[in-house]
Write a protein that binds this ligand. Structure first.
Ligand code: ADP
Length: 884
C-alpha cells in the first residue's frame, strides 16, 4: 500500500504566500474596523486583540498605522519577567548577531509571542530612528504585527519570513526589509517569541532567512539546556502541562517559571502536573530534534560550499545519505524538455558515480512517480515498494530497494530534478526524515542552480575566449582556405582532443574530399575510400545531409554503423560539425580522441560555433577568390579590347599608306615623275617593313606569352655584342652618335645574342624616338657580384612615375604619346621584358637626375653549373631583324 504523508511544512514562506496572508489580513482588518463584526475566520487572538484596540480608539480603518502602545517601566519589567526564559536563552544569540551585523544598518529584535518588544540591539542609528516611533523595548509591536509585516506573518503562520518593503503600520518604515523566525518552546513547540532582523537594506538576502532560522533554533536549544537538570543552579522551570494544549497567544503564558532554585528540581515529578516519563520522552524528542537541526545545518553548509556542479551533486547525494542514514542516495536532474538527463549516485561502498538515467526510468516505471515530482513538486514517500502499484516492485527488489523517498529539487523556475533516497529495508519514513529531506532538498536546489549558473558562466567565458582565439588565428592567415592544416591543428589543440579532419564538398563531383588531417594513427591510410576511413566519410556525409552536429556518445540510432568502424581506427569519441554558412554546408569538421573523454553537449556547441566560423571564413575566401578572378577576367577582357583596337589601328595605318601609294602609282598611269614614282615606291617599302615589324612583334609576344619562344644561347662577350649593335644603329641612323660607357672586363654571358641585341635595339630606338635628340643617348654596361647591368639613357621627357610599370604592359603607350604622330605599337617594351625575364633577369626604368630616363636591364651572372654546360643545340630560331 502506498503510504504518502503530507509533511508538516517547515518552510521559508514564499513571497506569494506572504502577499496572500498580508492582503487577507488587511482586508479583514479594514472590514472589522468599519463594522466591528468579527470575520468568519478570525485572525490569531493577538492580532484580533490589536484590532479591537484600534476599533476602540476609533482608528481610521484606511489609516495604515495605529499608535504604538508603550508600556510603563513597571510593565516592561513584568513583561521581561514573564519572558525570562526566552530572553536568557536569546541573549548569547542576540549579542552574537549584534557583533556579526555590527553597524551595517540592521537591528536585532526579540519579541514575545504577543509581539511585545523585549530587546532591541544592533545599529545605533537605526535604533534611534525606530525609537522616534516608540519602537523600544516595551513597545507593543503587536500593533505593527497585526498586519502585514514579516513579524506578523511569522507569528500568524509560524513560518520563517523575509519581507522586502515591509508594510508596517507605522509611517516612515515602508522601505525596510524584515526577516523573522518564530522561537518555539523546546518541549511544547509553542511559539515563545520572535527573533527578527530589520534594517535599512532593500536587497532580499536568502542566506539571512536560513541564518535567522538557525539562530532561532539555537535559542530553542539554549532554552532546552536552561531547562535541563544538568544546568542545576542556573535555571529551573516548572511546566504546567495543562497549558501545553491551550491555544497559543492568549494573555496567559504557556508556562510559568520559578526562579527559586531550591524549590524544584527539574526531572522530578511535579505533583499534580506531569509524570517524569512524559517529561523524559519530551526531552528525548527535543534532543533528537536539536541533533537533527545540527546535522541539517552541517549538511546545508557542506552542499553550499562549492560552485563546481559535480562536487555539489556529489555532496547533495552524500549529505542526503548521511542525514537520512542511508547506504546510498542519488540525484537526478531534468533536461530542458523535462526528460531525465543525468543521474549521480553516491554510495558508501562504491562512492560517487554517474549512472544512466535510463536505468532510473526503468526503475521508476516510465515514471508516473516522476511526473508527480516534476509537475506538482510533491515529495513521494513509499514505505514498502512491494505494496506499491505505481512502481515496478520487482525491479526495485532486484536492486535490493524496499523503501523509497523522492525529494523534489525545486528552484525558482520549477522542479529541476529530485533526490532519490532508497532504503534496503521495509521502513516507515518518519516525519523527521521527510522534514529533514525536504529542507535539505530546498537548499540543494539552490546550491545546484548556483553551481549550474557558475558553470555556464565559466563555459560561456571559455567559449568566447576560444572563438576569439580562432578568429585571431584566421585573421592572421593570408588565406585560411589554403592553410587548413594549421587551422585544424589549432582547433584540435584548443578543444584538447587528439585528431582531426576537414572534408570539403567537391563542387563538380558533389562528393567530399580530404582537405586536411592531423593526429590520426599512422596506420590509417588517408584515402576516404579505404574501409578504415569510410566510417569518417559516412558520418561526414550524414552531417552534409542533415546539417546538424553530432557526437558519437549521443548516438542512439546507427550506433553500430558509425561507432564500430571508428573503433577499428582507434578513435574513441568523435564530434562532427558542419562547416556552414546560412543554408550552405561547405564541408565537415571531424574532431576525435584516441582515448575516452567525457564529452558534453557544451563541447559540441563550442565546436559547432567553430565550424560556423570556419565556414564563414571559407565562404569569404571563396568570394575573395571569385572577386579577384572576376577582376583578372575583366582586366584581360579590357586588354583584349585594347589589343584589338591597337592591332587594328596599327595594321590599318601602314595598309592605308600602302594602298594610297599603290593607288597613286595606278591612277597616274605612269605619267608621274620618276621622283614621285620613287617616292611612292619608298613609301610602300617603308610601310611594308613597318607592317612586317608589327607582325613580327605580335608573333614574338604571343610566343613569349605561350612560353614557346625558344632561345639559342651561347657564350658571348657582351662588349662585343653591344658594340656591334651600336655600330649598326649609328649606321642606320646616320648622324646619330651614341655615347658608350662599357666596363672592359665584363664577364662572358650565356645568352641568346640575337634576342639580347633585339632588347638593346628596341631601347635605343625608343630613346631616339621619344627623346628627340640622338646625341644625348648613352649606353652603359657594368657588373656587380651577381649581375651584369646594361642601361640606355636619354635626355627626353622621361616617364611619369605612375606609368613606369605600365609601359611594360602590352600595347601600353604613355598617355602623352597616345594620338600623336610618333609611331609605336606599345609592344616593344613588353617583348623586351619577356626576353630579359626568360634569361632570368629584370628590366625597369629610372629617372635621370639631369632629366630624361634610363632603361636598365640586369642579367644574372652565369652559375658554376652553367659554366660547365655545353652550348645548347639550336632547336628553333625565330627571325629577329635588328637591322631595320
Ligand atoms: P612603342 O614605342 O612601340 O609605343 P614600347 O613598348 O617600346 O612601344 O614603349 C611603350 C611606351 O613607352 C611608348 O609608347 C612611350 O610612350 C614610352 N616610352 C618608351 N621609351 C621611352 C623613352 N625613352 N622616353 C619616353 N617615353 C618612352
Amino acid at each position: 500500500m502506498t503510504n504518502q504523508r503530507h509533511p508538516v511544512h517547515l518552510s521559508i514562506a514564499s513571497s506569494s504566500e506572504i502577499e496572500h496572508t498580508a492582503r487577507q489580513l488587511k482586508v479583514t482588518r479594514e472590514e472589522f474596523l468599519i463594522s466591528g463584526i468579527l470575520p468568519q475566520h478570525p485572525p490569531r487572538p493577538m492580532i484580533l486583540e490589536s484590532w479591537r484596540r484600534c476599533h476602540a480608539m476609533r482608528v481610521n480603518p484606511s489609516l495604515r498605522y495605529a499608535p504604538l502602545a508603550v508600556t510603563h517601566e513597571v510593565q516592561l519589567y513584568h513583561l521581561r519577567e514573564a519572558s525570562q526564559l526566552v530572553m536568557r536563552a536569546a541573549r548569547p544569540v542576540m549579542s552574537h548577531l549584534s557583533d556579526f551585523l555590527a553597524d551595517s544598518g540592521y537591528v536585532i529584535v526579540l519579541s514575545d509571542a504577543d509581539g511585545c518588544l523585549l530587546e532591541v540591539t544592533g545599529d545605533a542609528g537605526v535604533r534611534r530612528r525606530l525609537a522616534s516611533i516608540d519602537f523600544v523595548p516595551g513597545g507593543d509591536w503587536s500593533e505593527a504585527a497585526a498586519g502585514t509585516n514579516a513579524l506578523g506573518t511569522a507569528l500568524a503562520d509560524g513560518h520563517v519570513v523575509q519581507l522586502l518593503g515591509a508594510e508596517h503600520y507605522c509611517s516612515g518604515w515602508q522601505d525596510l526589509t524584515c526577516t523573522a523566525a518564530p522561537i518555539r518552546h523546546p518541549l511544547s513547540g509553542e511559539i515563545m517569541g520572535i527573533l527578527d532582523v530589520t534594517g535599512n537594506y532593500r536587497l532580499i538576502r536568502p542566506f539571512l532567512s536560513s541564518f535567522i532560522a538557525a539562530m532561532a533554533l539555537q535559542v530553542q536549544q539554549e532554552m532546552r539546556e536552561l531547562l535541563t537538570p544538568t544546568r542545576k543552579g542556573k535555571f529551573q522551570a516548572t511546566f504546567q502541562t495543562a497549558t501545553f494544549s491551550s491555544s497559543r497567544g492568549t494573555s496567559s503564558r504557556a508556562f510559568t517559571m520559578n526562579t527559586d532554585r531550591k524549590q524544584h528540581r527539574t526531572g522530578e515529578d511535579v505533583p499534580g502536573t506531569s509524570t517524569g516519563d512524559d517529561l523524559r520522552l519530551l526531552l528525548r524528542m527535543q534532543k533528537k530534534r536539536v541533533h537533527n537541526a545540527e546535522l541539517l545545518a552541517a549538511a546545508v553548509s557542506a552542499i553550499s560550499a562549492s560552485l563546481d556542479i559535480d562536487v555539489t551533486l556529489e555532496k547533495v547525494a552524500k549529505q542526503t545519505a548521511n542525514l537520512l542514514r542511508l547506504e546510498s542516495a542519488s540525484v537526478c536532474l531534468f533536461g530542458e524538455s523535462d526528460e531525465m538527463v543525468s543521474l549521480h549516485t553516491w554510495s558508501k561502498q562504491s562512492g560517487w558515480r554517474l549512472t544512466s538515467p535510463h536505468d532510473l526510468v526503468a526503475l521508476l516505471g516510465q515514471s508516473e512517480v516522476v511526473s508527480l515530482i516534476r509537475e506538482r513538486g510533491e515529495p513521494v514517500i513509499i514505505d514498502d515498494v512491494l505494496t506499491s502499484v505505481i512502481l515496478p516492485a520487482s525491479l526495485l527488489q532486484q536492486r535490493g530497494i524496499r523503501s523509497l523517498l523522492l525529494l523534489p529539487l525545486i528552484a525558482a523556475r520549477g522542479a529541476i530534478g529530485f533526490i532519490l533516497a532508497p532504503k534496503c529495508i521495509h521502513y516507515h519514513w518518519t516525519v523527521d526524515d521527510v522534514l529533514l529531506g525536504l529542507t535539505l532538498a530546498a537548499h540543494a536546489a539552490t546550491a545546484i542552480e548556483n553551481a549550474r549558473l557558475f558553470t555556464s558562466l565559466q563555459q560561456h567565458t571559455h567559449h568566447v575566449e576560444v572563438i576569439n582565439d580562432l578568429a585571431q588565428l584566421l585573421s592572421t592567415l593570408p588565406d585560411p582556405s589554403q592553410q587548413f592544416e594549421v587551422v585544424l591543428r589549432h582547433i584540435v589543440e584548443i578543444v584538447d582532443m587528439d585528431a582531426g579532419m576537414i572534408l570539403l564538398r567537391d563542387q563538380p563531383a558533389d562528393g567530399l574530399t580530404l582537405a586536411a588531417h592531423c593526429g590520426l594513427p599512422e596506420a590509417v591510410p588517408l584515402d576516404l575510400c579505404k574501409p578504415s576511413l569510410r566510417a569518417f566519410h559516412n558520418v561526414a556525409c550524414l552531417i552534409m545531409t542533415t546539417g546538424k552536429s553530432l557526437m558519437t556518445c549521443n548516438i542512439e540510432r546507427e550506433r553500430h554503423i558509425i561507432c564500430e568502424p571508428l573503433d577499428t581506427v582507434g578513435v574513441c569519441d568523435l564530434m562532427v560539425v558542419p562547416l556552414a554558412t546560412g543554408n550552405t554546408t561547405l564541408g565537415v569538421l571531424l574532431i576525435g580522441s584516441l582515448s575516452h573523454r567525457k564529452l558534453t553537449t557544451e563541447d559540441l556547441a563550442l565546436l559547432t560555433s567553430m565550424g560556423q566560423q570556419l565556414g564563414l571564413t571559407l565562404t569569404n575566401a571563396r568570394l575573395r577568390r571569385t572577386a579577384s578572378e572576376m577582376e583578372a577576367l575583366r582586366e584581360a577582357d579590357h586588354l583584349k579590347s585594347q589589343f584589338i583596337t591597337a592591332v587594328s589601328h596599327d595594321l590599318q595605318s601602314p595598309l592605308t599608306a600602302i594602298r594610297a601609294s599603290v593607288e597613286g602609282l595606278l591612277d597616274q598611269g605612269g605619267v608621274q615623275s620618276a621622283q614621285m614614282h620613287e617616292h611612292l615606291l619608298h613609301n610602300i617599302a617603308g610601310q611594308t617593313s613597318r607592317l612586317d615589324r608589327l607582325v613580327g612583334e605580335l608573333l614574338d609576344l604571343s610566343r613569349i606569352e605561350a612560353g614557346v619562344l625558344l632561345f639559342d644561347r651561347d657564350w658571348i662577350k657582351l662588349p662585343v655584342l653591344i658594340a656591334d649593335t651600336l655600330a649598326k644603329f649609328e649606321e642606320l641612323h646616320s648622324g646619330c652618335r651614341v655615347e658608350r660607357d662599357l666596363a672592359a672586363d665584363l664577364p662572358l654571358q650565356y645568352v641568346d645574342p640575337i634576342r639580347l641585341a633585339q632588347v638593346l635595339w628596341n631601347l635605343l630606338e625608343n630613346a631616339l624616338k621619344y627623346a628627340s635628340s640622338c646625341t644625348s643617348i648613352k649606353v652603359e654596361a657594368r657588373w656587380t657580384r651577381n649581375e651584369v647591368l646594361i642601361g640606355v639613357a636619354d635626355h627626353g621627357p622621361g616617364i611619369p612615375t605612375d606609368e613606369r610599370e605600365k609601359i611594360f604592359q602590352h600595347f601600353y603607350r604613355l598617355e602623352r604619346d597616345q594620338g600623336t604622330h610618333t609611331q609605336g605599337s606599345g609592344l616593344g617594351l613588353a617583348i623586351c621584358q619577356g626576353i630579359v625575364q626568360a634569361h632570368g633577369g629584370r628590366i625597369w626604368v629610372e629617372d635621370q637626375p639631369e632629366g630624361g630616363s634610363v632603361f636598365r636591364f640586369a642579367l644574372p651572372l652565369p652559375t658554376a653549373s652553367l659554366t660547365e654546360l655545353e652550348p645548347l643545340e639550336k632547336t628553333e630560331l625565330f627571325g629577329v631583324n635588328t637591322e631595320e
